[in-house]
Design a binder for this molecule. Structure first.
Ligand SMILES: Cc1cc2nc3c(=O)[nH]c(=O)nc-3n(C[C@H](O)[C@H](O)[C@H](O)COP(=O)(O)OP(=O)(O)OC[C@H]3O[C@@H](n4cnc5c(N)ncnc54)[C@H](O)[C@@H]3O)c2cc1C
Length: 410
């Protein structure tokens, strides 16, 4: 069977691109190695799917893609944020903008996004084969001539690679596309996890697993020298620190880790200086003279931190009456809550990463069509492209944009 277009990878960009090819009346086959489509898409945004970013000013939006910005204007003019809204809302999935311009389906169900795309594929008549692992790409005379799937050879006029990156490999994204692109002679930048939680040595962080420390300030130090400060919410996990604030700073921390030892200090109450914070503690102690420290902890520290943080106050018994706490001991409490120490041991690996940097160099792709500059009948989408970006819906928007453009041109 000869197809017009063969799409390899049934993730976000693969589904968008296959549907778009079919909408042009082409005969298209979508190959996905998992038993179902959109495994990674269904876990995005913690299962809520941050589907795009609501920044409508294209220039401001593209700044977030760093060095890739100049390459993206044409593709985004063909399918930008407004088109994403229109595409999903016209198909019965209303979207809503939340904090920091993050956009989610109103239903807050990533699975609903997968369902819309599946319906799009079925309505367009896309032939779908799940459980189909592409093992090899064949080339004859500088043209892609076919792929091997489970021992069978399949051919098409054009091929779209949409096999994704390396993050969360259990979803099927095991980096196969990078190997094929390298084998085809393309320049592929080595991948490193970028939007990824930080691993830490400190037991107190692990003791707070699942707790969000709200509106804190974190300052990173390289060999004791202050380098980088941020304010926002931090999520403690059983392996380290996470949440959007941390995820978006991971690549900066990775650079520091190459140079030396990285530590951090967390100020749980950045809006109060030491004097004001101390006065607040004095007022709480005065109002609760006969209570124990552990019984007033939630009034002076974030909720749920007692069991993990109080053991760090060496020499202070949690059962001490607050009226017996000395000025020096109170000062220890202030220091702990305003300069909570963390030792960063590294970045978590691909298994916890949202995005890995690296991929096909944009110099080697005609970004107006997503066509390889080396192979006339090869197109590339999504996480396979070397485009750095923060979390906030920018990755999926890239999938919709590059998927649409490749699908329009393949
Ligand atoms: C936990 C997590 C949360 C995220 N949340 C968000 C978010 O809220 N917002 C956002 O913008 N981005 C988010 N991202 C990033 C976003 O999910 C990715 O950028 C996006 O899924 C990439 O889509 P893709 O089409 O390039 O590849 P993928 O979605 O990775 O799909 C690739 C597909 O190709 C298949 N495949 C691989 N090799 C083969 C082969 N040899 N043969 C056949 N099929 C193959 C895989 O099984 C997979 O289904 C998140 C990522 C993670 C890991």
């Amino acid at each position: 069977m000869n197809y017009d277009v063969l799409v390899i990878g049934g993730g976000a960009s693969g589904m968008m691109t296959a549907g778009q090819v079919a909408a042009r009346g082409k005969r298209v086959l979508l190959l996905e190695k998992n038993p179902t489509l959109g495994a990674k898409l269904s876990i995005t945004g913690g299962g809520r799917c941050n589907i795009t970013n609501a920044e409508q000013d294209e220039h401001k939006l593209l700044v977030h893609y760093g060095d890739a910005q100049p390459f993206l204007h044409s593709a985004f003019s063909q399918f930008g944020v407004r088109d994403t809204f229109r595409f999903f809302e016209e198909r019965g999935l209303p979207l809503v903008e939340q904090a920091h311009k993050r956009v989610f389906p109103v239903s807050e169900r990533a699975q609903d996004v997968v369902s819309v795309l599946k319906k799009y594929l079925h309505e367009g008549g896309v032939e779908i084969r799940c459980g189909a692992t592409v093992e090899k790409i064949h080339v004859i005379d500088g043209t892609i001539s076919g792929v091997s799937v489970n021992g069978q050879r399949l051919t098409a006029n054009s091929y779209i690679l949409a096999t994704g990156g390396h993050s969360h490999p259990e979803t099927g994204s095991t980096g196969d596309g990078f190997n094929w692109l390298s084998m085809l002679g393309h320049a592929v930048k080595a991948q490193t996890p970028t939007i990824v939680p930080l691993a830490v040595a400190d037991a107190w962080v692990k003791g707070l697993a699942g707790t969000t420390l709200p509106a804190v300030r974190i300052v990173f130090y390289l060999d004791g020298v202050k380098k980088h400060a941020l304010k926002g919410d931090i999520l403690c996990t059983h392996f380290g620190l996470s949440g959007p604030l941390i995820l978006n700073t991971a690549s900066t921390v990775a650079d520091l880790l190459h140079e030396g030892a990285v530590t951090a200090i967390i100020d749980l109450y950045p809006s109060e200086d030491i004097g004001a914070f101390d006065n607040r503690i004095i007022a709480v102690f005065d109002a609760n003279k006969n209570k124990t420290l552990k019984n007033v902890w939630n009034e002076i520290a974030p909720l749920g931190t007692q069991h993990a943080l109080m053991p760090l106050l060496k020499g202070i018994d949690p059962d001490s009456k607050v009226n017996s706490i000395t000025k020096e001991q109170r000062r220890m409490i202030v220091d702990l809550l305003k300069t909570l120490p963390v030792s960063i041991t590294g970045l978590m690996g691909y298994e916890r990463a949202v995005i890995a940097d690296g991929g096909l160099s944009l110099e080697e792709v005609d970004m107006r069509t997503m066509r390889s500059k080396k192979y006339e009948n090869l197109f590339v989408t999504g996480d396979l492209l070397h485009i750095s970006r923060p979390s906030g819906g920018y990755s999926l928007q890239l999938c919709w944009t590059t998927g649409f453009v490749a699908g329009k041109n393949a």
